[in-house]
Design a protein around this ligand. Structure first.
Ligand code: PHE
Length: 340
């Protein structure tokens, strides 16, 4: 009985002391085993009650010693590894990617002009990326963009080819086949082209597509929206210039330059001394495209534009090598900390 009291109130200062206690009570030559050997000599009628007592004693001692060991091991390992007086490590926050910063800025500007976000798939079919956009089946314009083809589902039908979209204009077909005008949409997204990777080209990049279809939409609407965008993005003194161009899905088509914001249009190395830098392609939606999407081109007209996010980012931040956008070098990314 007194031994039972003794073991229930055992204490130890460290794990070495716990081991001493284990040897004292629980080892082969310990006190409890000694009691067990005495057990043989006691009278038969006492064996039952004393047996129960000894078992209880052994169990209590085992539990007590194990729990002491557990507690002490924990505190000992903590005090070894942790210096509670040390100053904390600074928390490193990530930074937004420059392409996201610029993409969000573009979205912001067009949202203020009533555009709403829409998108389409990156893995798409020829039908939406080319055919519905007025690229004839054997039209050389199909080669205008080197496309990554994934699968040819039907050798006799090019429109069934599965591919990585080469421009976000495919989002136009996806949206228009499902919606009735009027609508004013903006589609940011990643596009892929089979190009050798260099400082000036990559096999994937990002575009933002804009599309407005309604009654009586005309070229002056397009021009004003693009001028407003250029001034919001590059400053109120920015001038724009539209040069005639060609895209199968717009007629007439144009490419837009902005006055070089580095030299203010006077001419510098950045704009190759022309005073102008190209930033996007645009035009009036070709009536064939509206019809292919089930929209009556006698009732509705529209404009579309598409711009490269990398290009705009380069103009704003003068990033000299396109590859830096996808290398995730934190020294590069950290430079955009304050632009967040
Ligand atoms: N899709 C064209 C490109 O990738 C850009 C564009 C979009 C042109 C919309 C006109 C209208 O170059």
């Amino acid at each position: 009985e007194s031994l039972l009291n003794e073991v229930s109130s055992l204490s130890a200062k460290n794990t070495d002391e716990v081991e001493q206690l284990r040897l004292k009570y629980l080892s082969k030559k310990g006190e409890i085993n000694a009691l067990m050997s005495d057990f043989r000599d006691i009278a038969a009628e006492q064996k039952k009650t004393i047996g129960v007592k000894i078992n209880e004693l052994k169990q209590t001692a085992t539990e007590k010693i194990n729990s002491l060991r557990e507690q002490l091991t924990e505190t000992e390992s903590q005090s070894d590894d942790i210096d509670l007086t040390r100053t904390a490590y600074p928390i490193k926050l990530g930074t937004r990617h420059p392409l996201s910063i610029v993409k969000n800025e573009i979205i912001d500007i067009f949202q203020r002009m009533g555009f709403v976000l829409a998108d389409g798939p990156e893995i798409d079919d020829d039908k939406h990326v080319f055919t519905m956009l007025n690229f004839a089946a054997d039209h050389p314009a199909r080669d205008m963009q080197d496309t990554f083809f994934i699968e040819q589902s039907d050798p006799n039908d090019v429109t069934k080819n599965i591919l990585l979209r080469s421009h976000t204009s495919g989002d136009q077909s996806h949206f228009m086949e499902k919606h009735e005008p009027p609508f004013r949409i903006l589609c940011p997204g990643r596009v892929y082209r089979n190009e050798a990777i260099s400082a000036r080209a990559h096999c994937f990049f990002h575009q933002v597509e804009g599309l407005y279809v309604d009654k009586n939409v005309n070229f002056t609407d397009l021009k004003q929206v693009l001028l407003t965008f250029a001034r919001e993005m590059f400053g109120p003194d920015t001038k724009i210039r539209l040069r005639p161009s060609y895209f199968p899905f717009t007629e007439p088509s144009a490419e837009m330059d902005i006055s070089c914001h580095i030299c203010g249009g006077k001419g510098c190395g950045f704009c190759k001394h022309t005073g102008w830098v190209e930033i996007l392609g645009c035009g009036m939606v070709d009536p064939n495209v509206l019809e292919a999407c089930g929209i009556d081109s006698k009732v509705y007209s529209g404009y579309a534009f598409g711009m490269g996010v990398e290009r705009i980012t380069n103009l704003k931040y003068r990033v000299s090598d396109l590859r830096m956008f996808s290398e995730n070098d934190t020294r590069f990314l950290k430079e955009f900390e304050s632009a967040n």
